[in-house]
Design a binder for this molecule. Sequence first.
Ligand code: MF3
Ligand code: CO
Length: 253
Amino acid sequence: MSVSIKSAREIELMRAAGKILAKVHDNLKKELREGMSTLDIDRLGEEIIRSYGCIPSFKNYNGYPASVCVSVNDEVVHGIPTKKRHLKEGDIVSLDIGVIYKGYHSDAARTHGIGEVSKEAELLMERTRQSFFEGIKYAKEGNHLHQISNAISAYAESFGYGVVRDLVGHGIGTNLHEDPQIPNFAQKSRGVRLKAGMTLAIEPMINAGRFDVEWQEDDWTVVTQDHSLSAHYENTILVTSGEPEILSLSAAM
Ligand code: MF3
Ligand code: CO
């Protein structure tokens, strides 16, 4: 496994990509409303991405047909937008978006509630987001990757949640997926040693119930096996010798 270290120039481009992606998420969040279809979300998302001069990195990636992965309620990730699925009050919807700016990728996900959502859903979204922040406390030069994974899972599991095991975070740069893989669940081996200049997409996927997931017939949409709710939160970060820099973070989220 070789994990690339980005040069100062590359880091500048990844910062720019991340900043744009944060704005895409903010703009798209404002457009979310009850009654819209998941395809409406994808269309709007793609328009916003292109308005910033970026390319949607998921579109046609391994055959994925859309720019925004839209996953509702028990859908964990990689939901395929469709005009048949309409958002309703109380739904939680995860939006996972990747952009390419001047050849550099940024990848981030947010989960939003539609109108008034249950207390259970609210807590799941908030704690999934927090699990990311618990994890990146350890994203520092000299630490090992498993410290991030272990912190995410310890936090999420303290609420009895299931931490998805079949999908992981990843390095990111000129490719959407680079080494290393970044599990969100506890690891026995300590994994790679972190170095300044590594750029990572850390993305806890947390289920209100058990951790087991399955793939739907479309070969993309991942759902919880017990049909419990699932939330996703992701940012692209830069490892430094001090605090990590969250490249895709916006003021709003
Ligand atoms: N954040 C997801 C990932 O890192 C999104 C990829 S969706 C795909 O795998 F369509 F591009 F595959
Ligand atoms: Co990702």
